[in-house]
Design a protein around this ligand. Sequence first.
Ligand code: C2O
Ligand code: CU
Ligand code: CU
Length: 506
Amino acid sequence: MISRRTALTGLLLGGVGLASAGILSSRDARRWIFGSPTFAAEPKPLAIPKSLTGEVRDGVRTYDLGLQKGISQFFNGVETPTLGINGAYLGPTLKMRAGELVRMNVTNRIGEPSTLHWHGFHLPASADGGPHQVIADGATWSPQFTVKQRASMFWYHSHMVPRTGPQVYQGLAGLIYVDDDETARLDLPSDYGVDDIPLVLQDRAFDSDGSLIYSTSMPSVMMGMRGNVLLVNGTVRPYFEARTSKLRLRILNGSNARFHTIGFADGRTFQHIGTDGGLLERPFETSRITLAPAERAQIVVDLDDGRPALLRTFAAANAGMRGGGGMMGGMMEGMMGDDLTFDVLDIRPGAQRPKSAPLPDRLVSLERPDPSRAVNTRRFVLQMGMGGMMMGGGSFAINGKTMDMNRIDEAVRVGTTEIWQIENASMMSHPFHIHNVQFRVLDRNGAPPAPGETGLKDTVVVAPSERVRLLLNFADYSDPDSPYMYHCHILEHEDAGMMGQFVVTA
Ligand code: C2O
Ligand code: CU
Ligand code: CU
């Protein structure tokens, strides 16, 4: 199926031309890309990833993780070859506490080299699991580090240049729950799988034989790989029976490329309580949240009225293509199914719902971001060579450079605070991610961030012609030889070179 996709590359480029000439409808063009009809799926209970607390050996909390091949049944009776960690698809939720020393024993058995990156973690670069910590097939990699995070939901995933896109797409990802004293004191729903529910959102395309379609056609690289089926923790059409009056949902946009705007079908509001790297200072009431790939949100929804609550996605105004899309952008969006919306989770309140504690109105305290502490401002300009698209070209770059594993792009001093100014010179939105730090958003085009972006972040959306300023602190861990990455988290853009490397020096 992948070879058929590849063979279609030329045709697709032709298809773009035909669609723009009005000969081929965008619906037909879309079918060329997705290929197959969707299989029928009955509603199923939401899968909750197993939690893994590891084992304390010699004072170190140790997790044994095996990257493996598997067969998944996303649709009844349909077998899909996938990848997973300690299972057929995705991995266990690793539970750990701030301050602990942890060790990961990661064994690779997928038949090709891979890596495992701890997304959102502040740690030594050699333990980061980025593209320099390759684990050969059959080998084991055992990094050790202290958990220096605030309580939040993080995640781990393959970072194998240039195979991150296909490896994550097939299932090499999982969640990490970090807990700490400040958060444990708050009376938040925290019974894993009962009233504290992780939701990993991933859109996928399936071929008629049940296998996943991973297209490397030019439009799929430009727009990022998207699909017409939404998996939630690997479940198609999930429902969840709630046994409490409040539910805390921890949502990861684990898609390769698609932005998801999330809300409830009945328009009910909910409390937004946390961002990528921690809780917000106060809950913030809203009815919609947009998450780009790799972004996370924690929300609390009230089920007191006993009515079913359908969490779904909504067509965002130009999600992934905000502003400046132009004719080509609009056409690509239509072709690639960017207007698709999905049901995420059908929440069915059970008859008995013990009253949950009221949500505290103050959650944690965060330092006020102070740009005057910055010793330096660095500019990062995100570029896509869209001009070359029709010819089959197109380049992905930051500051005019495509990723080179042998080039260090930036060196920062340990113990300093910097401003990173991210500018988008392309016509698509990009989720910009920085390893090793949880940063704060200072402003967007000079305006203060929206309430949902006032917390700790490791990934931030930068829309076309936007300029976003971030405040970063490089608290510790210097190593002149091991770089950290910064990159677009649309995995196809990352694999195509929209990534750079920085070191932290003494
Ligand atoms: Cu989520 Cu560089 O990674
Ligand atoms: Cu990361
Ligand atoms: Cu991008």
